[in-house]
Design a protein around this ligand. Structure first.
Ligand code: TRP
Ligand code: SF4
Length: 545
């Protein structure tokens, strides 16, 4: 064992620690110690499986392979970012800007996440509870749901177990600050609107797609598939009263669900808005090419001072392929389309394509478009409105005519915590995680016996510093124990990597903080019992099986 391989378990190191070592290494102030990039040890797969094991070994692959974007790209735009954002625990996002903008402008926005009541809520769930609560406090309409149908269908839990766990999740959510009077709580099985929406969405998805996304096969329970469309409906539920930016805070394992929901939201739309240059359709790369030549060519150079499809075709044919920046097949396809267009003038326009609009909605749209327009069988071209106006108009007409007008839901992703025993945090290994219901003394003990990023000996630690980035105990500080206090988190980090902090003392401090956190949290849980009884959510399912 070399100790250099980050996938190896950081070794246990118990020192008799005097803590404040006189020979402490100077601390590099320039480091960025707040980031909890600590190692998800042991994992190596990047497949995102909502019902599999939740570990991710390489977060960068999520950006490259799945198109999740870095949270850092938008961090500066978030007003008063939560500490989980500041510390890089929330590391990824899709389309989160739309939510930030709405919050900034006091426009409607929503947050929604769901919990499968399969066990006791633990400190990993706390991340999501905190994310929901933070958005609620920033003015978003907040929804939290109990995924009881999913727990029953995908995990086979009985309704009795589900009720017990559901109650416990809700108590922790309220104890951490969710305001049930201003927010919405529901369980999937009791929400008729969600079920109706799920049915509608189901008409837009088919089995082959579920197979491709989730690996379902001929043996998969139909109710498991139903729980997927139910989750799609959960995600779009905040937009039933009106379309609005909605953020879904989840772990990256849920990203397949988010992607499908974004797709379905789009497929449900009545109209698709795009840019076009003539009556026919162009693929994206073809359109770019035509756009470029449209800009480049001067109509005055042609017979009747009109730029026509054939003119562009001719110019393209005269230009060497290498200069065009597209493949031969793209060029061929554009040329065919342009030549078929013949003498049709080339003019940029905003196109509304009819996807699934009713006749009445299509007529209403035609009516509503101002300025010059051209109506075709399945699309209308508008010459005097830009893309953004067109998007707005399309949504307005859709909603007025009984459509949903969904915006694609946004998402934010948090890192998974490393287990206290190294490897992944797993509810089936009690020592690896801390339940919010753990006896505070047990919580204390678990932290005390946690794996660390410490060195073999106190000497070596003083000399080289600890590996905070690979230390589950440091993660506890960053994700939870330091709370909003960045300075404290930074101090722990700096002292650790600077060799001033030794693991024994460090764990003692963390264990003490954990104990206090659990005591306080459990006290609050008791206090919000009444609040939960008054909340508008069914605590006992009439179902029994
Ligand atoms: N599938 C989620 C889980 O396994 C639970 C869930 C159901 C959910 N509906 C949701 C999460 C909607 C986010 C949004 O934990
Ligand atoms: Fe040790 Fe604390 Fe550093 Fe972890 S953070 S390696 S427990 S000193």
């Amino acid at each position: 064992m070399t100790g250099d391989d980050p996938r190896e378990e950081p070794r246990e190191f118990e020192d008799e620690a005097s803590g404040t070592a006189a020979d402490a290494v100077a601390v590099d102030e320039g480091a960025t110690p707040l980031r909890a990039d600590g190692g998800a040890a042991g994992a190596d797969d990047v497949a995102l499986d909502p019902w599999g094991s939740s570990t991710v070994s390489d977060y960068r692959k999520l950006f490259d392979e799945f198109g999740i974007e870095e949270f850092d790209d938008v961090l500066d735009e978030v007003p008063h970012p939560h500490y989980l954002m500041r510390r890089g625990v929330i590391f990824g996002q899709r389309d989160y800007r739309s939510v930030i903008r709405a919050l900034q402008n006091d426009e409607p926005a929503a947050v929604l996440s769901g919990f499968m009541p399969t066990g006791d809520p633990h400190i990993g769930h706390k991340l999501v509870f905190d994310e929901i609560i933070w958005h609620q406090q920033q003015g978003a309409e907040a929804h939290a749901l109990i995924a009881d149908l999913e727990a029953n269908a995908a995990r086979g839990l009985s309704w009795e177990e589900i009720d017990e766990h559901a109650r416990s999740y809700l108590l922790s959510l309220l104890a951490l600050g969710f305001d049930p009077e201003d927010g919405d709580l529901y369980r999937q099985s009791e929400n008729r609107e969600v079920q109706d929406l799920a049915f509608d969405l189901g008409a837009e998805a088919n089995f082959s797609e579920f197979q491709a996304i989730y690996g379902f096969d001929g043996e998969t329970d139909v109710s498991h598939m139903q729980s997927v469309v139910t989750q799609m409906a959960d995600i779009l539920y905040p937009q039933l009263d009106e379309p609005k930016p909605t953020v879904i805070p989840v772990g990256p394992d849920q990203d397949p669900h988010v992607r499908l929901a974004r797709d379905l939201a789009e497929r449900m739309r009545f109209f698709k808005v795009s840019k076009a240059y003539a009556s026919f359709e162009l693929e994206a790369d073809e359109r770019e090419l035509v756009a470029e030549f449209y800009e480049r060519l001067d109509p005055a150079d042609f017979d009747d001072e009109q730029l026509r499809c054939v003119h562009v075709a001719e110019t393209l044919e005269e230009t060497p392929l290498a200069e065009l920046g597209v493949g031969a097949s793209t060029l061929e396809s554009v040329l065919t389309k342009l030549n078929e267009g013949g003498m049709e003038p080339l003019r940029p326009r905003t196109r509304f394509s009819d996807r699934r609009a009713t006749d009445a909605a299509f007529d209403a749209l035609i009516e509503a478009i101002e300025g010059e327009k051209r109506v075709y069988e399945n699309h209308v071209d508008a010459f005097e409105i830009d893309r953004a106006e067109a998007e707005e108009l399309a949504r307005e007409i859709e909603v007025e005519n009984g459509g949903y007008g969904f915006q694609p839901p946004s998402s934010i992703y948090h890192r998974f915590m490393t287990g206290l025993t190294g490897g992944k945090m797993s509810s089936s290994i009690p020592a690896s995680h801390i339940s919010l219901l753990d006896d505070p003394e047990d919580g204390y003990d678990k932290v005390k016996s946690a794996t660390t990023g410490g060195r073999e000996t106190a000497e070596e630690q003083r000399e080289k510093g600890g590996k905070a980035d690979e230390c589950p105990v440091y993660e506890l500080y960053a994700y939870l124990l330091a709370g909003d206090d960045d300075e404290f988190a930074k101090r722990v980090y700096d002292e650790c990597v600077g060799g001033e902090r030794l693991c024994g003392d460090c764990k003692e401090q963390a264990a003490q903080l954990m104990k206090e956190f659990l005591e306080e949290h459990q006290q609050k849980r008791a206090e919000v019992e009444e609040l939960l009884e008054e909340a508008d959510i069914e605590l006992e399912s009439p179902r029994r099986r």
